[in-house]
Design a binder for this molecule. Structure first.
Ligand code: SF4
Length: 373
């Protein structure tokens, strides 16, 4: 065992600090959402957190921005707002979500954090209000009908034994809003107890650490909780999230509670000294999991990329960002539908991929690297 790792194991265990929970300043409830049973639970939680500005709307449209509001003001107001809405029909028809899962389920759309590279910038339109879905039963209903189907992970040698996989964090960070909704715990317990049938599994990734309410759930080993982790030089772009040691401690706690766990190492950036920085990160994870017997640990590695539209949105939200989004130092990758993405040049991608393919199993014995992209 490396001396550096032994040194970390010798440190006394720290009591986890209380997680910092997001409290929205404004809560809007659409007319249709008011008729959903789950809304009462959400409003009970909102009330317990002391939110004063709760508005029951008379229609289903969210109010438009006040006249004269600047882009910065609109951003700040939206990020401080949670809307309780009924999931649109598109959210009730799960889509395949390669390479992560057979199907995508949306407990919410939007996230209260402030990551300067946020991948939602290119995929969700309009002001970044966090919309939580009140019709939870309808959102979870497709699990029963889709279990046994799927073409992304189902049938693969690496992941086929997970059953039909459902990704919950495509358009949100479900743990970051769980204290306000309780939706994640409901989903985990229903799948864990087989309420939607056998053979389904959930997965989500998070940059938050409020895992306490999940620890005692009857999860049945059917939800893989992944933590989005990164080098310290990239973490500085992640405003409003739990700090890295807190995420790693949360990973240890859920692994000790018997959950399958994972690392979403993303977005990987070849910052100065990246080998040392990512090496330290993997060693910190190894040290945290050292006392957990045989954790079921996976890793997913995703390099940083941006699109013309995500760059435009992010530069509007974070005009002073130091995040590199320079097309001239990137390679263009085209999707089969003609979309453009800017990724690192081939040599950099090969170097990053080779390093993670070697170091993940080397520093985290037993971990399975699912993909590197
Ligand atoms: S935590 Fe994830 S979804 Fe939320 S702002 Fe950061 S990158 Fe976006």
């Amino acid at each position: 065992m490396p001396a550096q790792l032994l040194d970390r194991l010798d440190r006394p265990a720290r009591r986890p600090a209380a997680p910092r929970l997001w409290v929205p300043k404004h809560v809007l409830v659409t007319r249709s959402a008011q008729a959903e049973g789950h809304t009462a639970e959400i409003l009970r939680r909102v009330d317990a957190l002391g939110v004063e500005d709760v508005r029951l709307l008379t229609g289903d449209r969210l109010p438009t921005a006040p006249k004269g509001e600047t882009e910065r003001e609109a951003y700040a107001r939206a990020k401080a707002t949670m809307a309780v809405v009924v999931a649109p029909p598109s959210a009730l028809k799960p889509q395949p979500i390669p390479p992560s899962a057979d199907w995508r389920l949306d407990l919410a759309r939007g996230c209260p954090a402030h990551c300067q590279y946020c991948y939602l910038a290119g995929s969700l339109s309009g002001p970044p209000v966090t919309r939580v879905h009140a019709n939870l039963d309808a959102v979870l209903a497709p699990i029963a009908s889709l279990t046994g189907t799927g073409s992304v992970t189902t049938g693969t040698a690496l992941r086929g034994r997970e059953g039909t996989t459902f990704e919950l964090s495509c358009y949100t960070d479900p743990l970051g809003i769980e204290h306000l909704t309780g939706s994640l715990a409901t989903a985990i317990a229903r799948v864990g107890t087989g309420e939607h049938g056998d053979g389904a599994s959930l997965r989500f990734t998070t940059k938050f650490d409020a895992v306490e309410p999940l620890l005692a759930l009857p999860h049945g080993g059917r939800t893989r909780i992944r933590f989005s982790v990164n080098a310290a030089e990239v973490e500085r772009f992640e405003g409003g999230t739990a700090r890295m040691p807190a995420r790693i401690e949360a990973l240890r706690r859920v692994a000790a509670a018997g959950y399958p766990v994972g690392l979403t190492i993303a977005p990987v950036m070849p910052v100065d000294g990246w080998q040392e920085s990512y090496g330290r990160l993997l060693d910190d994870v190894a040290a945290a999991l050292a006392d957990v017997p045989q954790p079921d640990l996976t890793a997913e590695v995703i390099t940083h990329r941006f699109t013309p539209s995500s760059k435009e949105v992010l530069e509007g939200w974070y005009p002073r960002t130091k995040l590199e989004m320079d097309e001239s130092v990137r390679s263009v990758k085209r999707s089969k539908f003609g979309g453009v993405k800017y990724v690192y040049p081939k040599e950099t991608m090969q170097e990053l991929r080779g390093w993670f393919e070697r170091e993940v199993p080397g520093r985290l014995p037993g971990a399975r690297l699912l993909y590197s992209t």
